[in-house]
Every structure is written in structure tokens, then in C-alpha cells.
Design a protein around this ligand. Structure first.
Ligand code: NI
Length: 172
């Protein structure tokens, strides 16, 4: 997360066709729970499933050890970001606790942040921002060598753990 990035609390955001949503949510007390690949795998699977069921496309994502950035685009006029977040977050938390991988909740209480994105330029900048997270934290030298992100897919076309889509019209 970058405090300089202006964000709107989720309850103040609104749903509107044509907007992408830049979602950010953190682990409980910013514990590095997502350094555990087992939890990341479950999270990726839940994102794929929730987006398919609720008709969202993922434009970009990164799983950092203590937070997640997800840029999604609703494919239907009526949609609920809070339902999407619930569908994404509940399962991994329950499973990680049941299996004894973590001893608190997985996620920080509250919805995190949801920023509406209107313009192609901001959408593109947001994708770059997401992909550069692991570089800024010096986890990797190049964004596309980070496993838990869509940077590699953007760079090489090789499918990552979360299925992403590109819509040219959103960037024109
Ligand atoms: Ni971040």
C-alpha cells in the first residue's frame, strides 16, 4: 500500500457501469500471512471462482505478504463489490484458521479500500502501480518475476494463478 495513493473508503464509493474498482485489503494487523503460498493458492482460487460467479473481470492483481491489490471490472450493470469481497475473503480465512496455519482472522476487519476508476489513464497507471508493489518492497528486481501478480501475464501472455482479462476499450 502506498499512503500517497488517494483512496476512498469503500462505503463512500458507488457502483456505476463502466467503472473499474481498485480494491485493497490487508491481513490482520498486517501480519505477513500471504507469505504462505498455501494461503495464496486458496485466495487465487477464490478470486477466480467469485469473479466467475459474480461476473467480474480481473484486470490486475498482486498478493503482497500483508495486503492484496485487485483491479476488477464488473461485466454486468448490477453488481456488488461487497458481495465480491465477501466471496473472496471468507473462504481463505476459514480454511487457514481450520488448518492451523494462522491463529487470528486472516483479514483486517472492515472492507479495506475501494477506489472507483473512471479514466483509461488512471486505469493504466493503477495497473502499473499494482505490478510495481513487489519491486518497491525489493521482493523482486522486475515486476514480471513476482509469482503472485498479473505482471507476468501482461509481459509475456503466460497465464498466472488468477485469470485476468484485457479489454482494449477500457484503455482507449
Ligand atoms: Ni501496496
Amino acid at each position: 500500500m502506498d499512503e500517497k495513493q488517494p483512496m476512498i473508503k469503500r462505503r463512500k464509493a458507488w457502483n456505476e457501469l463502466g467503472h473499474s474498482h481498485f480494491l485493497t485489503f490487508s491481513t490482520c494487523r498486517r501480519q505477513p500471512y500471504l507469505a504462505d503460498d498455501r494461503i495464496c493458492e486458496i485466495l487465487a482460487e477464490r478470486i477466480n471462482r467469485a469473479c466467475a460467479e459474480l461476473n467480474f473481470a480481473v484486470l490486475a492483481y498482486v498478493f503482497m505478504p500483508d495486503h492484496v491489490h485487485l483491479l476488477v471490472h464488473p461485466l454486468e450493470e448490477t453488481y456488488s463489490v461487497s458481495k465480491l469481497l465477501q466471496a473472496i475473503k471468507q473462504g481463505p480465512s476459514r480454511i487457514a484458521k481450520n488448518r492451523g496455519w494462522i491463529d487470528t482472522e486472516l483479514w483486517e476487519p472492515g472492507g479495506g479500500f475501494d477506489r472507483n476508476i473512471f479514466s483509461p489513464k488512471v486505469r493504466k497507471n493503477t495497473i502499473d502501480y499494482i505490478h510495481l508493489n513487489p519491486v518497491r518492497k525489493e521482493l523482486v528486481g522486475e515486476s514480471w518475476s513476482y509469482f503472485w501478480s498479473s505482471a507476468k501475464w501482461y509481459h509475456t501472455g503466460e497465464e498466472g494463478v488468477v485469470s485476468c482479462r484485457h479489454f482494449g476499450v477500457l484503455f482507449e
